[in-house]
Design a protein around this ligand. Sequence first.
Ligand SMILES: Nc1nc2c(ncn2[C@@H]2O[C@H](COP(=O)(O)OP(=O)(O)OP(=O)(O)O)[C@@H](O)[C@H]2O)c(=O)[nH]1
Ligand SMILES: [Mg+2]
Length: 343
Amino acid sequence: MKFVDSASIFVQAGEGGRGCVSFRREKFVPKGGPDGGDGGDGGNVWLRTNSHLTTLLDFKYRKKYLAPRGSHGQGSRKSGRKGADIYIDVPCGTLVRNAATQEVLADLTGEGEEVMIARGGHGGRGNQHFATSTNQAPRRSEPGWKGEELLLDMELKLMADVGLVGFPNAGKSTLISVLSAARPKIADYPFTTLVPNLGIVRYEEYKSFVMADIPGIIEGAAEGRGLGLQFLRHIERTKILAVLVSADSEDPEAEYNMLLGELEKFGRGLNEKPRILVVTKMDIAPEDFTLPSPGDGVHVLAISSVAGKGLKELKDELWREVSMRDRPEESPLPECDGDAVTP
Ligand SMILES: Nc1nc2c(ncn2[C@@H]2O[C@H](COP(=O)(O)OP(=O)(O)OP(=O)(O)O)[C@@H](O)[C@H]2O)c(=O)[nH]1
Ligand SMILES: [Mg+2]
């Protein structure tokens, strides 16, 4: 499933520096000619892709990007310095539109692509350019030109890196709500989640990954029971699945195996996808609770979203898995696709 992440920012290129009005003044040269230098051009604003970025999240915090102006011209024909260009890093796959016209200005897909999105204003000419045969002492110069400014709408199609799979009530939505800014509905009845939710999980300063919370899976899902099946497709291209089982489940291991069975019946590689087992609600685990051991080298993590336990370890583990894997290829849809569901 593709999710769309979007952000709007304001960019303004630098204004050009003012041209200078000045006359040569030297000893023994009573009436020197005009020597006012030109203003420097304003800085340009560029967008460039950075493959370390995966979301537009940073633009939720900073929305204004201004390039510096050019400096003013000076006497002795000294031109002003050009304002420095600024570069705004965006993730690969960012589509950029002019917010006012919705015209597509850039479609930045590849690594290291850059595009100038707002041009700095020209510097104004100094009075040295305005001397004529009849006016040898022009007092005229130009102001700097304004830099371009515009509002940009940016859009990024996101793919989930991590898919959460579990029975209804396993705590999937609660987990995504504590790890990301997503605020899905949470309730103590099954099938609270009816459509997938997406959350961007921040990891350390510049890293993040995308998590998808889908409706709960129940036994027989692969035959169309419940809601989960139609959404399993949305986690097909995730890099890893986190299978969630609640610590207050009657038999966590059996629950895990049943979920796996449903993934296997659904097919399309879901059961072969890397996965971890996450035991949730450890704060209400029975006293004699022992962690299930799924075998197959599958890691088991114990967490409590409510008590905030084990979340750091979970993020570490997920990041490790997500960052070392490529996204699986899209597999062709089966001839008769099983979207018809009877809840
Ligand atoms: N004690 C405790 N309760 C939790 C924890 N995580 C979730 N819950 C509770 O479990 C119930 C179900 O949580 P949800 O996050 O809605 O579960 P879900 O897996 O998204 O459920 P569906 O959307 O129905 O599939 C809610 O009442 C939550 O408050 C936890 O760590 N500890
Ligand atoms: Mg839910």
